[in-house]
Design a protein around this ligand. Sequence first.
Ligand code: FAD
Length: 317
Amino acid sequence: MSNVLIYVEAENNSAKKTSLEAVSYGATVAQMLGGKAIALATAALAADKTEELAKYGADKVLHAAQNPSQSEEIAQLIVAAAHQENVTVILAAKSIVVDLALPMVGAKLQASVATNITELPELSNGFVVRRSAYSGKAITKVELSGKIKVLSIKKNASELREYHKPLLLEPFSVEITPSKISVKEVKKQTGEVLLSEADIVVSAGRGLKGPENWGMIEELAKVLGAATACSKPVSDMNWRPHHEHVGQTGIKISPNLYIAIGISGAIQHLAGVNASKVIVVINKDPEAPFFKAADYGIVGDAFEVVPKLTQALKAVL
Ligand SMILES: Cc1cc2nc3c(=O)[nH]c(=O)nc-3n(C[C@H](O)[C@H](O)[C@H](O)COP(=O)(O)OP(=O)(O)OC[C@H]3O[C@@H](n4cnc5c(N)ncnc54)[C@H](O)[C@@H]3O)c2cc1C
């Protein structure tokens, strides 16, 4: 039997939405392989929130007593669970921590590792996955030939599916050797919605003229329950914090909706946002390159369009 192990990250005691997507993805893969989907959560997930993992497809939930924060320690936890459950596929939603932990898991288990997976695997001829490459400008198709496969799943790689399985909760404990790296300081991101997790992102560029004009961007984001983002020059000039910078040299995001306001659409910016499902561009220049990548475009002055859009949305949301 080919079991699938899904590592779950939690925040504020609940599973991250991207991790629930990974559980749902893992449940579908387990179904395709005729095995079980086993979710591995740390103590960061509250016991009364473990039910959600069964809802989204976990046949069993291993609830670890520990809450390791270092990738090296998380890798040890995953490897121990993989041995216990005899799994052939290990996966997790792509994140900064997961990006560091999974290659260590792959090395320890001599597994085939593929990151940034964008779709369910094809199993008709081996184990073939599609992954986003070259800053989202290309999709590569790779075959994983190792006995164990390790995957990081990109946001929106598959639909969040509800399975409503009964919860089978099992405590899990393993002796973890402390990591040789220790974190000295954590700077929490500002903003109510985490950019990397957000379904909707409202982003603005140099067209906004100065940091004092971001009030209308934040208001639009609030009405939509969105995260805020910005172009590189905006963060370089300290108009906005660096963690909001998206693009080739910033965060790469793939929300359901990306609204770009006063951003020209340079190739380096697009590299971080072109995996968004729907792109809306607001720009006063009808020749702005961003319109070529847009699903919907509004040619107009942001200072007129954005407040009207916010008012219109307030009336319906
Ligand atoms: C190696 C390298 C890496 C880079 N990495 C990144 C990256 O990761 N992310 C990134 O964003 N950039 C990156 N850049 C920079 C990139 O090339 C562009 O310079 C940058 O994206 C432009 O930012 P912008 O669109 O905010 O500003 P601008 O290019 O100045 O565009 C401003 C836009 O606002 C519009 N506008 C002006 N006034 C208004 C108004 N009132 N209403 C509506 N629209 C208005 C203008 O028509 C224009 O299209 C990188 C560059 C290099 C060389």
